[in-house]
Design a protein around this ligand. Structure first.
Ligand SMILES: CC(C)(COP(=O)(O)OP(=O)(O)OC[C@H]1O[C@@H](n2cnc3c(N)ncnc32)[C@H](O)[C@@H]1OP(=O)(O)O)[C@@H](O)C(=O)NCCC(=O)NCCS
Length: 180
């Protein structure tokens, strides 16, 4: 398994990955992920935040994107992460999220946010370990597939505040940051 930047050669595999995901998981990505033109435009276009895929052989098993917010929040990137159900629980989500953080910091974003359904234990665990913390709780903000209302948490990572946190996961070294 390797995590690589999304390029044109992975588009077909990425479309297969999105096509096989349960509908509920697609909602985390917030883009037209089953539309071939949209996915090809990602791979060919310039991207301020970045997009990465986990690959195993010819298949994509995970995807993470950092999308800069528009206008006066263009210093903030929103993370969108999904791992194939059959590949969960082996550290792939953690590795993709780490790559997103390194890429976002390298491209100059100073804050990252991620929206997590409040009961999503795995997502909470992996983002918290990377230095994200709860910044907002939006109650009854999501309607799940059964029509039940669920709370949405917005976790945030303030880059300048957290060099020491990044040190603990080895990210500062990767970015060439000063020690300490
Ligand atoms: C969230 C998601 C990306 C995690 O992917 P993953 O590959 O299973 O993640 P990892 O294997 O790296 O696991 C991360 C941590 O969560 C823990 N975890 C897994 N399931 C858990 C659960 N139900 N409750 C609490 N912790 C859990 C794991 O033990 C692991 O911690 P560890 O390394 O200390 O053991 C995946 O579940 C997913 O795609 N969910 C749907 C989309 C989503 O929720 N995206 C996040 C918001 S954009």
């Amino acid at each position: 398994m390797a995590v690589v930047e999304l390029g044109p050669e992975r588009c077909d595999a990425l479309l297969r990955f999105f096509g096989d995901l349960p509908a509920g998981d697609l909602t985390f990505i917030k883009e037209e992920v089953t539309d071939p033109e949209t996915v090809r435009s990602w791979a060919n276009g310039e991207s301020a935040g970045g997009r990465w895929v986990a690959v195993e052989g010819d298949e994509v098993t995970g995807y993470v994107a950092v999308r800069p917010l528009p206008g006066w929040s263009d210093h903030v990137g929103e993370v969108r992460l999904v791992v194939a159900p059959s590949s969960r629980g082996s550290g792939l989500g953690r590795e993709l999220a780490r790559q997103a953080l390194v890429g976002a910091v390298s491209s100059g974003l100073s804050k990252l946010v991620v929206e997590v359904v409040a009961e999503q234990g795995a997502a909470l665990a992996l983002f918290t370990d990377l230095g994200f913390s709860g910044e907002a709780l939006l109650r009854d903000h999501i309607r799940d597939r059964d029509g039940e209302l669920r709370d949405l948490m917005v976790l945030a990572h303030h880059v300048s505040d957290t060099w020491s946190g990044m040190d603990t996961v080895g990210i500062a070294d990767e970015l060439g940051a000063p020690a300490g």
